[in-house]
Design a protein around this ligand. Structure first.
Ligand code: SAH
Length: 371
């Protein structure tokens, strides 16, 4: 093992070595967490370019992934193309201008996913400009070498609501469907996941993820520029699948639950987070038009309805672990997300309803087991 271990604090990750564009040896150590196994690994860094999915694709070439690697070799270049998104050349130039930081300490177990390293002030101000050019930052927060990215969402609050209730992630292979910028993917890794794969078809979110990935090329954490419909159905490989903030965007929510079930191995765990209404079994809100200004909101069930859907779709051991109204503390406009946010979407005279007169957002977290 080359390089010194800098810290042994639980869940704190320390790497020694040049992180980019050099052939260097990188070593890392994972602190012990909750008394479960910690461990040492070392690896040789390769010439790491932005968007390097090579090590993930190598894993996905294994037969149990049923050809997903080959499929992604076609889907990834198609997603990252001028044709797919007019901003792609600009984003590409931002990614290629990211600084190299020689020695990085990362911490995935704080509210802000944090990277620390030696950078001089001129490098830092140029870096901040690049980050700001990736506006709007929605899911976070992140702290990158002292630059605090105060995202629209305090995604750490959602994490705190589920972290103690899920089966510990240590060593697990995890899928995060609709992961946005990958904030929760890093938190999952901080909780010890062996491999985290996020998927999100919104290119800007994937680019924001790639900024962190640039500094952490050896972490088994990837965000793929694809939607759930692009993933081969029935993979049956994941130990834990997260679907957070997705179900109400699906026109066929029951089919979404079935898809998620098919991605899990038998006995694997679903963590489902979505908007709910108050009410009994059978009650579901289908907005006639927009909901909190969003056009693509289809089904908002009551908790008993959603529990029944999960049972009907074959999940076992279905548990409701949290229900929380969304507040402007959790979702708000910031310097890093200057568009309208929750307080603009609520009725100014009655915070219990949206500006469309529908029940204000409240979100539930269910945990369930694949049969
Ligand atoms: N899971 C995160 C982000 C939720 S926002 C959280 O809970 O904080 C919803 C995300 O779903 C967006 O980033 C959006 O781009 C993504 N999304 C939309 N359609 C999707 C699809 N078909 N498959 C996967 N993700 C999708």
């Amino acid at each position: 093992m080359n390089g010194k271990i800098v810290s042994r604090e639980p869940g704190r990750w320390v790497r020694r070595g040049q992180n980019s564009n050099t052939r260097s040896r990188v070593s890392w150590v994972q602190g012990r967490r909750d008394g479960r196994l910690g461990g040492h690994l070392s690896a040789f860094g390769r010439n790491q370019e932005a968007m390097d999915y090579a090590s993930l694709l190598h894993v996905l070439d294994a037969p149990r992934f049923k050809g997903w690697g080959a499929l992604l070799r076609e889907q990834i270049p198609a997603a990252f193309s001028d044709a797919r998104h007019g901003d792609w050349p600009r984003w590409q130039s931002i990614l290629s201008a990211l600084p190299a930081v020689p020695e990085i300490v990362c911490d995935f177990n704080q509210a802000a996913v944090t990277l620390q390293g030696k950078t001089d002030p001129s490098v830092l101000s140029a870096f901040e400009e690049l980050l700001r050019a990736l506006h709007p930052w929605r899911k976070g927060p992140f702290d990158l070498f002292g630059i605090h990215i105060d995202t629209e969402w305090r995604s750490d609050l959602k994490w705190d609501r589920l972290a103690q209730s899920i089966t510990p992630l240590y060593g697990r292979t995890v899928l995060d469907v609709g992961c946005g910028s990958g904030y929760h993917c890093w938190r999952m890794r901080g909780a010890g996941a062996g491999r985290v794969i996020g998927i999100d078809p919104t290119l800007l979110s994937v680019i924001q993820f790639q900024v962190l990935r640039h500094f952490l090329p050896d972490e088994p954490v990837d965000v793929l520029p694809v939607g759930i419909d692009d993933v081969p159905s029935g993979l049956g490989v994941f130990d834990t699948v997260f679907s957070m903030g997705i179900l109400y965007h699906r026109r066929s929510p029951l089919d979404h639950l079935l898809e998620l079930r098919g991605l899990l191995r038998s006995g694997g765990e679903l963590v489902l987070e979505t908007l709910v209404i108050e009410g009994g079994e059978g009650e579901v809100l289908v907005p006639r038009d927009r909901y909190a200004q969003m056009r693509n909101v289809w089904f908002i069930p009551s908790c008993p309805s959603l529990e029944a859907w999960l049972v009907r779709m074959g999940f076992k051991n279905v548990r409701l672990v949290d229900v929380t109204p969304t507040t402007p503390e959790e979702q708000r406009s910031t310097d890093w997300m200057r568009f309208n946010s929750l307080s603009d979407f609520l009725d100014p005279l009655d915070q219990n309803q949206t500006i469309e007169g529908l029940p204000a957002p409240r979100r539930a977290i269910f945990i369930a087991e694949a049969p």
